[in-house]
Design a protein around this ligand. Structure first.
Ligand SMILES: Nc1ncnc2c1ncn2[C@@H]1O[C@H](COP(=O)(O)OP(=O)(O)OP(=O)(O)O)[C@@H](O)[C@H]1O
Length: 331
């Protein structure tokens, strides 16, 4: 059963010069109960915008979002609707979401009080329990945010999200500001929490290696669209979209030898002026004529797998086995 259903969502912004553009141009994804779904793509592809639509922080201009079978309506200035308590968001920068002048115990306690998941008398014990769940000692309660490392602050942010007894946490680049060892620890913590609490996670990251380590299923986003999705292991082993191939090719090797030579030329185009046809065509090493004029549909390319690429289209594409797949690090 799905916890979150994002159906053909569009998110439109307006620039200062009044031009409107779609940062999310019709994206769908689902998160099953206890499942970890990764959403990957370069910076500017619309991942955060989709995440904000998923939790009701921005109103989609088209499409719908359902959480636990109920429509997610954009939040107003009033309190967060109670049906959204079990849907939590953890932001990119854990420091900015913590109050520097309040002790950690009080901040986690506040989150419990807001969610109403524990009576006043049971709150202190619950704070200690939540901190323990994220691997912090009870003594952390009496300390202030600046006394913690980036990885510990992210753990505190996760503890606050857990205070609401969520069924789903959306994490927007939770590891981006951390060093490699803290990244690995927090990634393992997320895996562990998801399993122990049957917690669903939507993990947003520009780093496919992180998603490969943690997520059961992955969706790859490019310039506002999902271009590939499927079980993470299969996508990692056998990517069907040239963009996914390039992202995998750009993952640094574990031996520290750095990224492969330029596999993804250029940058993500301005979403206000998306390329015609397939949005990826100006950067695609396999571009064909049709790619410049017609947008490829997101279609099944095997069990539980989807890709939006003319190369995969039975009537248009070549056989996928003829495509070179870049070497990538083995887990
Ligand atoms: N509030 C906003 N107003 C106008 N444009 C915005 C706004 N938020 C994001 N954008 C633009 O929308 C596009 C998608 O941004 P978004 O943050 O969703 O992408 P992303 O893939 O999460 O990238 P990043 O990791 O850099 O945040 C970008 O071109 C960005 O500049």
């Amino acid at each position: 059963m799905s916890v979150l259903e994002i159906d053909d969502v569009e998110v439109t912004y307006e620039r200062r010069d009044r031009t409107r553009f779609r940062a999310v141009a019709g994206a769908s994804l689902t998160v099953g109960r206890g499942e970890i779904v990764g959403l990957v793509g370069e910076s500017g592809c619309g991942k955060s915008s989709l995440a904000r639509a998923a939790v009701g922080l921005v109103a989609p201009t088209a499409g719908s979002v359902r959480f636990e079978s109920r429509e997610v309506r954009p939040l107003t200035r009033r309190a967060r609707p109670s049906e959204l308590t079990r849907l939590q968001l953890v932001f990119k920068n854990p420091y900015s979401s913590l109050n520097p002048r309040r002790r950690i115990g009080d901040q986690v306690g506040d989150a419990i009080a807001v969610a109403g998941t524990e009576s006043r008398s049971g709150r202190t014990a619950r704070v200690a329990e939540l901190l323990e769940l994220v691997g912090l000692p009870p003594s952390a309660q009496s300390r202030y945010p600046h006394e913690f490392s980036g990885g510990q602050r992210q753990r505190i942010a996760i503890a606050r999200a857990l205070a609401a007894d969520p069924s789903l946490i959306v994490l927007d680049e939770p590891l981006a500001s951390l060093d490699a060892s803290a990244q690995a620890q927090v990634a393992n913590l997320l895996l562990d929490l998801s399993r122990r609490l049957s917690l669903s996670l939507l993990l947003i990251s520009h780093d496919l290696a992180v998603v490969h380590h943690v997520a059961d299923v992955v969706s790859v986003m490019y310039l506002g669209k999902i271009v590939e999705s499927g079980p993470t292991r299969e996508v990692w082993e056998d990517p069907r979209h040239p963009y996914t191939q390039a992202l995998i090719g750009a993952v640094p090797h574990p031996d520290g030898s750095g990224t492969m030579p330029e596999v993804l030329p250029g940058e993500v185009p301005d979403p206000a002026r998306p390329p015609s046809g397939c949005r990826f065509h100006p950067r695609c090493p396999h571009v064909m004529d049709i790619c410049r004029s017609r947008e490829p549909p997101l279609e099944p390319v095997g069990d539980d797998r989807l890709a939006a690429c003319w190369l995969r289209h039975p009537e248009v594409g070549r056989e996928m086995s003829t495509l070179p797949v870049p070497a990538h690090p083995r887990p």
